[in-house]
Write a protein of this length. Structure first.
Length: 129
């Protein structure tokens, strides 16, 4: 596989994927932080997990009426502006963390110049013997 090929892991993302995608569409700064394919994959993976955990916590903390054929428990929770804001903040936090982690990863990998010079000197000595 070439370095330019994108690898995507299929994710089961309903309804959480829809929620994350909507938040990403509503907040352009998120898209700018995660525009590279590797960042986007990491962002989606962790955003889905963390939003799912947050929604689960909210469900346990709140009494939600049983499903009556209209709104799901997620819709009911996200109807509360405070809970919606917490979900948006969680998605933004994931994007910021992914951007920071990838920036550190993008830093030059491998030995520094001093280590390279030590290796060159070692190789010269070995070739002379």
């Amino acid at each position: 596989m070439s370095a330019s090929e994108e690898v995507w892991i299929p994710l089961v993302d309903e309804p959480i994927g829809t929620i994350v995608a909507q938040i990403q569409n509503d907040h352009a700064e998120i898209g700018k932080l995660v525009e590279a394919p590797q960042r986007l994959l990491a962002f989606k993976t962790f955003a889905y997990i963390r939003v799912g955990i947050l929604l689960g916590e909210l469900l346990l903390e709140n009494d939600v009426e049983p499903y009556n054929g209209s709104d799901t428990w997620i819709d009911k929770l996200l109807g509360n502006p405070e809970y919606k804001a917490r979900v948006v903040d969680e998605v933004k936090a994931v994007a910021e963390e992914v951007a920071r982690d990838i920036e550190a990863e993008d830093a030059r990998l491998g030995p520094d110049e001093a280590a390279r010079e030590r290796f060159r000197e070692f190789a010269r000595r070995q070739l002379q013997d």
